[in-house]
Each structure stands twice: as structure tokens, then as C-alpha cells.
Design a protein around this ligand. Structure first.
Ligand SMILES: [Zn+2]
Ligand SMILES: [Zn+2]
Length: 183
């Protein structure tokens, strides 16, 4: 099991490696980062947002074309929405191993606060690990400190720790073990 993190060229630069390393240690999975070559689709000019489901379609098509079986997490700077949601921090489609994370609402600056790379990296890690957790079969968790808790606000995000709770850990370990067994 190996997670490909595709970093879009317009996403904040210089954070790729610390984010990938930290996600690896939170989940206990291998990750690698590369520049994104998937076209950003689903831009809604009225909403000034990108349709996360259209992006997942693009990732799915890219995976099929390049015969990539491992999960891909795409990191973009555009704000994301999903039909029925004003915005989403990220979205994952487990059945095809495709996930996307937006950095748009993860910076302090977005909320009119002083910028901090540490805060920014922490949140990208939590959101990235959350979506990858879904790709590995984890559902949402009621423990508000757990990475698999579903955050609605930045406060929810900041309350979470960069760890998975013991229940999610157990499930995750089972998932990782079973993925190794498959050929
Ligand atoms: Zn979720
Ligand atoms: Zn949990």
C-alpha cells in the first residue's frame, strides 16, 4: 500500500514534504509526493469554487488511463464544493481510491488572522490524513480529537489531534494488513 500525493502547481509550495511525512506518521502508511498532472476540472464560475465530485471523476479517469491502483490524494488551492454543501474541506471516493483536499480554507489568512505555516501544515495534514483514511475504508468517528472526526468548521479542525483514536487505529491496521495480502 502506497499513497500518491499529487500536489497541484498552484497549491502552496514548500509544504509538500513536511505534509507527506506527517501524514505517513499519522496513518502509518507510505506516501510519496509528486507534481500534479491531472487537469483541474469542475470550475463553477458563479460560485468561484471547484466541484469536488468532478475532480474525483478526473482522478478516477487518470488512474484508469495510467493503470494506477494505489490511492491518489490530490491537493489543490481552489475552494471546493459538493452538491448540497456550501463547501467541503475535501472529499474521497473509496471505491476508486481517489481523494481531494483543498488548502483554501485551511490558512489563518482566510479567516482574517495572522498567517502561520505550522497551523497551515497541521490542518493540511489532518485533512489529508482524513481523506486518505476514507480511501483506506475508515468511516467518520464520533471522537472529536480523532483525525476521522468530520469537521464542519476551522475550530473543529483545530480541536482534532494529528492521531487516530484506538478504535480507528485497530480498523486501519486491519485494512493495511489486508491490502498487503491482496495480489
Ligand atoms: Zn470525512
Ligand atoms: Zn477515531
Amino acid at each position: 500500500m502506497h499513497i500518491h500525493i499529487f500536489w497541484d502547481s498552484l497549491s502552496p509550495s514548500g509544504l509538500q514534504m513536511p505534509v507527506a511525512r506527517s501524514i505517513s506518521s499519522v496513518l502509518g502508511v507510505e506516501t510519496s509526493v509528486s507534481e500534479n498532472h491531472i487537469r483541474i476540472t469542475g470550475l463553477d464560475m458563479t460560485r468561484k469554487q471547484v466541484d469536488a465530485q468532478a475532480l474525483l471523476d478526473s482522478i478516477q479517469a487518470y488512474k484508469r488511463r495510467h493503470e494506477i491502483t494505489d490511492p491518489i490524494l490530490l491537493v489543490v488551492h481552489q475552494d471546493l464544493f459538493r452538491e448540497g454543501n456550501r463547501f467541503v474541506f475535501g472529499l474521497a471516493r473509496e471505491s476508486v481510491g481517489a481523494g481531494v483536499v483543498s488548502t483554501a480554507r485551511l490558512s489563518n489568512e482566510y479567516y482574517g488572522m495572522r498567517g502561520s505555516d505550522d497551523d497551515f501544515i497541521d490542518r493540511i495534514v489532518k485533512e489529508g490524513a482524513h481523506e486518505i483514511g476514507h480511501l483506506l475504508g475508515l468511516p467518520h468517528c464520533p471522537d472529536e480529537k480523532c483525525v476521522m472526526f468530520r469537521p464542519d468548521t476551522l475550530d473543529d479542525m483545530d480541536r482534532k489531534k494529528k492521531t487516530v483514536c484506538p478504535t480507528c487505529r485497530e480498523l486501519l491496521d486491519q485494512r493495511i494488513a489486508s491490502s498487503i495480502d491482496q495480489c
